[in-house]
Design a protein. Structure first.
Length: 385
């Protein structure tokens, strides 16, 4: 089949939505599909070999862009010869064009809508998000032939919850995956030789990823290192973006500048080292803009315990107390306590790490994601209705 994947951001931009679409396109290509990714041209450095030619990436110049919000009216003319159009929502700058195309082509255009997350904001941005929520999203949901999501738990608390209650048969849960050949567990003894404890945070440091909660983690770090037992604890922050200087200033103000180390331009071949040489990964997200957390899968694949906010979607990635611990969102004290529990109990941490690797091997593989999507696409193409 000829499949169009439409996404607001794509590698080399670092972000969960773009990375998931990259892996989806890669595995669908392996299954014999002809995949084209349509995404805005943000003038980022080009990827070498453009993904080895397995699938095509069309970077369209935006008519207008603000951050990761790009308007691409030309997309309307580029969707004529595809069997499946798979839109990754939210992507406000293309949704009207896609809905008009769907209206014109009707059943000849098979539209899959993947609902990644709710968008939240204040001021003018909040008003725009609200407009799309009440006016455009309902149209998109009705127009889509199938709606996919990574977590039905998240969906039941999302802006689509009412539509889901009335049309549950239209929804399919498609779990995300992790590359188990890339994110592996090291079996050296380097962790035994270091004196300091290492907490890891991996995420974008731009405004689009403010919800990752790094500011709260810095505050928790300030509490942790007050304890003499954990005074040498280091927080390694892997990510890049326009808020990096802001977070560095926050660290200075909290007195943890020497304990909070920032790393950018880290590719996956180096990222696996950060996972393996840490004591735990922390994802302290603050609201429902976080819907899953791919970094949790990557850390578990490297046999590391994880700590994450108890939010819809996120809380279903692992079992609390088995592969990691859940914390109350925006509760600095609870976050610090849970981190110290992991740092203070090596045996428990190792058991959680092993359980995490077992979980991703069983439940979170891109091969499984590809097979599930392949079945959905075939259902849409060949079902009698």
């Amino acid at each position: 089949m000829k499949i169009a994947q439409i996404v607001c951001a794509f590698p080399p931009y670092q972000g969960g939505i773009g990375n998931s679409v990259y892996n989806i396109s890669d595995i669908l290509s392996d299954l014999g599909h002809e995949v084209t990714v349509f995404t805005p041209d943000y003038n980022l450095p080009a990827e070498p070999d453009e993904f080895n030619g397995k699938f095509s990436v069309k970077r369209l110049r935006p008519l207008l862009k603000i951050g990761n919000a790009a308007i691409l009216p030309q997309l309307f003319f580029k969707l004529n010869n595809f069997d499946i159009v798979h839109l990754h929502y939210p992507f406000y700058g293309v949704i009207k064009s896609i809905l008009i195309k769907k209206l014109i082509k009707g059943k000849k255009m098979k539209l899959v809508l993947h609902y990644h997350m709710d968008n939240r904001g204040t001021g003018l941005k909040g008003l725009i998000f609200y407009f799309y929520k009440i006016m455009i999203l309902p149209l998109a949901a009705r127009s889509a032939d199938i709606i996919t999501c990574a977590s039905l738990d998240y969906l039941k608390h999302s802006a689509l919850k009412k539509y889901y209650r009335h049309n549950p048969e239209k929804f399919r849960q498609i779990l995300f995956g992790v590359n188990l050949d890339q994110f592996v567990t090291y079996h050296d003894n380097l962790n035994l030789k270091r004196r300091n404890k290492i907490i890891l945070f991996v995420g974008g440091l731009d405004q689009a990823h403010y919800f990752k909660g790094l500011e709260n983690l810095l505050k928790a770090l300030a509490e942790i290192i007050k304890d003499r037992k954990f005074s040498l604890t280091v927080l390694k922050i892997v990510g890049r973006g326009g808020l990096k200087d802001y977070y560095i200033k926050q660290a200075r103000g909290l007195g943890v500048a020497k304990s909070a180390l920032f790393y950018d331009n880290i590719d996956n071949s180096k990222l696996v080292d950060f996972y393996n040489y840490c004591d735990c990964l922390v994802l302290p997200s603050i609201n429902r803009s976080e819907a899953f957390g791919l970094t949790l899968l990557e850390a578990m694949a490297c046999s590391r315990p994880v700590i994450a906010s108890n939010l819809p979607g996120v809380r279903g990635v692992f079992k609390n107390g088995i592969q990691g611990l859940l914390v109350k969102p925006n509760d600095i004290k609870d976050l610090a306590v849970k981190i110290k529990i992991i740092l203070n109990d090596k045996t428990r941490a190792e058991n959680m790490g092993r359980a995490g690797r077992e979980l991703v091997e069983k439940k979170y593989t891109w091969a499984g994601v590809g097979k599930r999507l392949d079945a959905i696409y075939h259902f849409l193409m060949y079902s009698p209705t």
